[in-house]
Ligand binder design. Structure first.
Ligand SMILES: Cc1ncc(C[n+]2csc(CCOP(=O)(O)OP(=O)(O)O)c2C)c(N)n1
Ligand code: SF4
Ligand SMILES: [Mg+2]
Length: 347
């Protein structure tokens, strides 16, 4: 009698979960859309970092990009906010329960057009959140109008040329106070995965602008957000390496060529010099390098700025360690006597 061989047990991460535990629903985005590649990297990063799915909150606004949280990590919490208004919802979530990990997914339209007011205030607070802009230079969901990140001279399929200057969301985020600011490309698997893992180890605002081509409306000749343009013009600032705290950290590196950033959870982000000397702790230098590259038509990627010392919003507010959402009314509500004393003091 023949016996059917038992299939091998699935590979698991250090909290015992398989990559399937991080899957989402089937995507409804166009085949080849950069946003799908970003969802895949989010799944890989969460799996490799051993993130507990139920500790994650996925937040988004409106757009093709903002639909993508439905396509990764089903077991997480999720909130799909009004167009451009995800930051205020995220702030509320973080204040109610700062033990949760917040991952915001937005688009260039959702962030830099209708949502710019909320975005700039989020960047000032160092709220612990990973804020990803899936940046294709157009409003994909509403059929490809230019967004505020489109470059001057970029051309739509219809021949319309953009003549307004772009908002550089990374420069803006650095100037406003975000403490981990980077740019990547959805087609650069290794760099994006490393950035996402480091982002999960950071406590503060991570602003990650990921150029993510829209194959339906902005992937043609004349677009500066197409796969071809990025393949030809991407210039990485550093070669990135990441060693999570639960792995052996004693991996050799050369301090002459590699800068080491110790993350909040004890992990290490390694920034290995490429052909330029770049200091990712220098805000002014970061903005200058971005402007110079932009003038040359280059798309710089990598870590522009990182600061692991700045206090987070929670520390600034001196929140209790126990999440506000789990404190009882006996702690939250002042006693009648305390209220009487306040009223008395106001007489
Ligand atoms: C208040 C409001 N205004 C306008 C719209 C129409 N609208 C839906 S998505 C979108 C832009 C989405 O662009 P982006 O954030 O870049 O996402 P993409 O689809 O490119 O990923 C607009 C203008 C809306 N849904 N709500
Ligand atoms: S329209 Fe563009 S952004 Fe939207 S799913 Fe299709 S390729 Fe992606
Ligand atoms: Mg867009």
């Amino acid at each position: 009698m023949s016996t059917t061989p038992t299939p091998p047990a699935p590979k698991t991460n250090h909290i015992g979960l398989a990559v399937l535990d991080y899957r989402g629903g089937k995507t409804t985005l166009c085949a080849g859309c950069g946003h799908n590649a970003i969802s895949e990297r989010i799944i890989d990063a969460a799996y490799e970092m051993g993130l507990q799915p139920e500790n994650l909150v996925k937040l988004s606004g409106i757009g093709c990009s903002s639909k993508s949280p439905a396509y990764f990590i089903n077991r997480a919490h999720g909130f799909n906010a009004v167009h451009g208004r995800m930051p205020s919802v995220a702030t509320g979530v973080a204040l109610a329960n700062h033990k949760l990990v917040l991952l915001g997914v937005s688009g260039d339209g959702d962030t830099a057009s209708i949502g710019i007011g909320q975005f700039v205030h989020l960047m000032r607070r160092n709220l612990p959140i990973i804020y990803i802009i899936e940046d294709n230079g157009v409003y994909g969901l509403t059929k490809g109008q230019f967004s505020a990140t489109a470059d001057v001279g970029s051309k739509l399929k219809t021949g319309i040329i953009n003549d307004l200057p772009p908002i550089d969301t990374c420069a803006l985020a650095i100037q406003l106070g975000a403490t981990f600011v980077a740019r990547s490309f959805s087609g650069d698997k290794k760099q994006l995965l490393t950035l996402l893992k480091a982002a999960l180890a950071h406590r503060g605002t991570v602003m990650l602008d990921v150029i993510s081509p829209c194959v339906t409306f902005n992937d043609h000749e004349g677009s500066t957000k197409s796969y071809k343009y990025l393949k030809d013009h991407e210039e990485p600032l550093q070669d990135l390496g990441f060693v999570p705290s639960f792995e052996n950290i004693e991996v050799e590196y050369d301090p002459g060529t590699t800068a080491l950033v110790r993350m909040h959870d004890g992990s290490e982000l390694r920034l290995r010099k490429l052909d330029r000397d770049y200091d990712a702790t220098d805000k002014v230098g970061a903005i200058r390098v971005m402007a110079e590259a932009h003038a040359k038509g280059e798309v710089l990627t990598g870590v522009f700025y990182v600061n692991t010392q700045a206090p987070s919003f929670m520390e600034m507010l001196r929140l209790t360690d126990q999440p506000l959402s789990s404190l009882g009314q006996d702690v939250l509500r002042p006693s009648p006597q305390a209220l009487d004393e306040i009223m008395e003091a106001l007489r």
